[in-house]
Design a protein around this ligand. Structure first.
Ligand code: G6Q
Length: 545
């Protein structure tokens, strides 16, 4: 099914785009201090609750007119049509001619969505049920290894979308994980990753989950083959593979070629993009760790945010608002990056996860109609958990020359209450957003008796924007909502930029060149690269021995 595309006016020719440009020149010098002084209700005007998440976006350099113009931009970009097309299963991934249906992965059992003649929701739940039955067997000890011992170690082998989501979710939900199971993740083709992940493990108690949509990814297959050798070296029998390996894939043929019984394969579909797959079969390690009920609670969280995104008017739509604010800074203020600053140790891998979600999705410079863009697209996402970041890179955000919009994320209740820790953590969270927005002007610094020569150094100009995202507690459900919030934030940005957020051709060239270089490193063949690459290969050849 091809997607009926509304004729697209180039972004920079949309009336709202031009109006935003003009409006920006009127307000770019206004300080957040003035905005707050002028409007007592600003904090409530620019905040909203949705599905248990609270967003305060009042510390952004915006007025009501800014938001009106951004909403007009969304309308003129046919954002609602594009959202509806995704939920309908239209082939909105145009360059791969595929539906984009991660939203179907979390639809309730009672729902139905027929795409290309198939009820995808029924298929999703069949796999979820199979995953749940398997996860229960591993968690209870009923699933045993080749020698009859129960599984204690689970090693997920995958990379990119088949790794970052599972790692992030495991770390985020560790508090509800079964603590006598030891989860490890191997992604890098650097042998160190595999060696360190397995060095203290007993193969008779270890289950490998080979997670690969295509089951042809070089890094993953190299690691999976090493896992096979490692298992055979300890258990000494080919038959052991059946009870120590399962596969998460769309490619049954390659799975069985590898030697994994397809009865132990958990499938998904080409309409699940790698970076949108952590709630598909790719989430099996998460489900084993936290249990099927918690996994289903996470899916319900995703779904609640999906429904909010699909149905809420733009003015009350959290992912839309966050996406539009990113456009505002990226395109109008020239900001290059967005900092993700979770004030929760369990979210330590969340910025890394978002790096792939955002940058692989929106790092494009060709529009869906094949034109070169003449405006900025995908922002660079980065970050670290607070308060650690405060003692390293926050200096640049506070006093550097770059404007870096920040997303602060915090929870009202700690999962590990301990003395004053949580009050101190949250005080820091609120203080950072306050300091960035309002700063400390030179006269205020001087009034404190600071020596004249230091006043400029100790001055904070402020006017640095941030979002504050809060929830009560980091539960599986809230994690699902938070991830879906960013997925749809990314969707909103891509829709405005008129790009395909769901392909990733940019990762191909390096892969092809690596495949050419691998045999060259092993032999003495004539080299036909550029001078630099030839010299690097020669250097490796001569030193590797
Ligand atoms: C994600 C990308 C990419 C992919 C990996 C692993 O959207 O497609 O990160 O997830 O390349 O691919 P396989 O799952 O096929 O091994």
């Amino acid at each position: 099914m091809s997607t009926p595309q509304p004729a697209l006016t180039p972004l920079t020719e949309l009336p709202a785009w031009e109006a935003l440009d003009e409006h920006a020149s009127e307000i770019e010098d206004v300080h957040l201090r003035e905005f707050f002084e002028e409007d007592e209700d600003r904090a409530s005007r620019f905040s909203l609750e949705a599905e248990g998440l609270f967003l305060d976006y009042s510390k952004n350099r915006i007025t009501s007119q800014t938001m009106d113009l951004l909403f007009q931009l969304a309308e003129q970009s046919y954002l609602q049509d594009k959202i509806d097309a995704m939920f309908r299963g239209d082939h909105i991934n145009l360059t791969e001619n595929r539906s984009v249906l991660h939203v179907a992965l979390r639809m309730p059992k009672t729902a139905s969505l027929v795409v290309d003649g198939v009820d995808v929701v029924a298929e999703v739940h069949a796999v979820l049920d199979k995953m749940a039955a398997f996860a229960d067997r591993v968690r209870s000890g009923e699933w045993t290894g080749f020698t009859g011992k129960r599984v204690r170690n689970i090693v997920n082998i995958g990379i990119g979308g088949s790794d970052l989501g599972p790692v992030m979710a495991y770390e985020a939900l560790r508090h509800c994980s079964q603590r006598d199971l030891n989860l490890r993740f191997v992604s890098n083709v650097d042998g160190t990753d595999f060696a360190e992940a397995t060095r203290d493990l007993d193969a008779s108690e270890t289950l490998f989950i080979v997670a690969s949509k295509t089951f042809t990814t070089l890094e993953t297959m190299t690691n999976a083959n090493s896992a096979r050798e490692w298992t055979l070296a300890q258990l000494g029998d080919e038959k052991a593979i059946a009870s120590h390996f399962v596969a998460l894939s769309t490619n049954a043929k390659e799975v069985s070629k590898f030697g994994i019984d397809t009865a132990n394969m958990f499938g998904f579909w080409d309409w699940v993009g790698g970076r949108y797959s952590m709630d598909s079969a790719i989430g099996l390690s998460t489900m084993i760790a936290i249990g099927p009920d918690n996994f289903r609670a996470m899916l319900a969280g995703f779904h609640a945010m999906d429904e909010h995104f699909r149905t809420a008017p733009f003015e009350r739509n959290m992912p839309v608002i966050m996406g539009l604010l990113t456009i505002w800074y990226n395109n109008i203020f020239g900001s290059q990056t967005v900092a993700i600053l979770p004030y929760d140790q369990y979210l330590k891998r969340f910025p890394a996860y978002l790096q792939q979600l955002t940058m692989e999705s929106n790092g494009k410079s060709i529009t869906v109609t094949g034109e070169q863009v003449d405006y900025e697209t995908g922002a660079i996402y980065w970050g670290e958990p607070g308060t650690n970041g405060q003692h390293s890179f926050y200096q640049l955000i506070h006093q550097g020359t770059k404007l870096i919009p920040c997303d602060f994320i915090g929870f009202m209740k700690s999962l590990n209450p301990k003395g004053d820790h949580h009050d101190i953590l949250i005080a820091n969270l609120f203080a950072q957003a306050e300091a960035l927005a309002f700063g400390k002007f030179s006269e205020e610094v001087a009034a404190q008796g600071v020596p004249e020569e230091l006043v400029a150094h100790k001055t904070f100009e402020g006017n640095r924007p941030s979002n504050m995202l809060l929830a009560e507690k980091l539960t599986p459900e809230i994690l699902g909502k938070l991830i879906a919030l960013y997925e749809h934030n990314v969707f909103t940005q891509g829709a405005i930029w008129q790009i395909d957020s769901f392909d990733q051709w940019g990762v191909e060239l390096g892969k092809v060149l690596a495949m050419r270089i691998v045999p060259e490193l092993k032999g003495n063949s004539e080299l036909g690269h550029d001078g630099s690459t030839n010299a690097l290969i020669e250097r490796y050849r001569s030193q590797k021995a």
